[in-house]
Design a protein around this ligand. Structure first.
Ligand SMILES: Nc1ncnc2c1ncn2[C@@H]1O[C@H](COP(=O)(O)OP(=O)(O)OP(=O)(O)O)[C@@H](O)[C@H]1O
Ligand SMILES: [Mg+2]
Length: 330
């Protein structure tokens, strides 16, 4: 199990938006319970500047960084924007006294390895937090082993402990289908699922569950667990990246690490990706990251073992040789 705090990780120093109209904020304050109008309640004939609301919630900081730091993923980004719009309008409606039921925001991310599911899940917490939907910009990431016990009586306390930690933020369950083993009816996974379902229904104003995994297995999982399927409001599919996208991801990763490729290296890297995509265990953006890490190793050896002086440019520039000795070409 791991926890990550988005605000700290992304270095956002902005104050918590929302003000008194934010549901989560209201919730934290004693004495302003349900039923009382928010302090900044608007009159029926008031109007409100939605773009100013967007700015005050700093939603675009998160959406723009999603755009800038993640290549491609257009359908995912569109859906994330739609969710942000809904929550923003919801907040404003509330100030006019038009409170509706809180939208269900449990989600399922499907896609092949390295398509960005975990990365987007971590960002989602930041966004939902800014929009006042969750109290904490925090993701608790778990897999089956964190939820399911090995002996009678172990599963319920384990699952509840995880839920307690995740409350107020996002619970991310990776490879969620391992929770359920159809072939073993004495498996404790089912017990864990029952508890999750209860919490997803009863605590949905204080917890967002994101399930992730490969599409076909997830389909099987939902077919065997219709209760889970019906509690998921948003299914987001993460497509495999095209060659051009993988190249762009590589360039972006290098920029972030203050490296770049010589023109010759750009072309060899493209050949590398084209081959790598057809080989076993290809993992989209993760394979790009791994390839670049190995290229950095070779670059370092090349410089460290070479004779002579090096400058800043040498320290930043990857050359064809840093890719060519890869096994992928072998
Ligand atoms: N669209 C993208 N643009 C830039 N970098 C990306 C993109 N998608 C993924 N990455 C990077 O690729 C790596 C793998 O992504 P991530 O861990 O989110 O994939 P995943 O879908 O969760 O994979 P898995 O199914 O194996 O868990 C991360 O380092 C992430 O930063
Ligand atoms: Mg992942």
């Amino acid at each position: 199990m791991s926890e990550s705090n988005g605000a700290a990780r992304q270095g956002f120093g902005l104050p918590r938006p929302g003000g008194p109209s934010s549901r989560a904020a209201v919730k934290d304050k004693p004495g302003t319970g349900a039923g009382e109008p928010p302090a900044d309640r608007l009159a029926d004939d008031d109007t409100i500047d939605l773009s100013a609301e967007r700015i005050s919630a700093a939603v675009d900081v998160v959406l723009d960084s999603l755009d800038a730091e993640l290549v491609g993923l257009a359908p995912v980004k569109t859906r994330v924007r739609e969710i942000a719009d809904l929550l923003l309008v919801d907040r404003v409606r509330e100030r006019f006294g038009l409170a509706a039921e809180r939208p269900n925001l449990h989600m399922c991310f499907t896609g092949n390895p390295g398509t960005g599911k975990t990365t987007v899940a971590l960002r989602m917490a930041g966004l939902l937090h800014r929009l006042g939907y969750i109290r904490r910009d925090r993701v608790v990431s778990v897999t089956r082993d964190d939820l399911v016990g090995q002996y009678v009586g172990h599963t319920a306390p384990k699952t509840k402990e995880v839920l307690k930690r995740a409350m107020g933020g996002v619970l991310f369950i990776d490879e969620a289908y391992y929770l359920y083993r159809a072939e073993n009816e004495r498996d404790y996974g089912g017990e864990s699922i029952e508890i999750l379902l209860q919490y997803m229904e009863n605590n949905r104003d204080d917890l967002v569950v994101i399930l992730a995994g490969y599409a076909d297995r997830m389909d099987d999982f939902f077919a065997s667990n219709p209760g889970m399927s019906s509690r998921i409001a948003h299914h987001l599919d993460f497509p495999d990246y095209a060659l051009e996208e993988l190249e762009a991801i590589g360039t972006l990763m290098l920029e972030q690490q203050r490296y770049r490729m010589s023109p010759g290296a750009v072309s060899v890297f493209r050949d590398y990706l084209e081959l790598r995509m057809t080989q076993p265990r290809f993992a989209n953006a993760r394979s790009v990251r791994n390839a670049l890490e190995r290229a950095r190793l070779r670059h370092a050896s090349r410089l460290a073992r070479g004779a002579g002086r090096v400058g800043k440019d040498d320290l930043m520039r990857l050359e064809p040789a840093d890719f060519e000795s890869s096994r992928v070409f072998g």
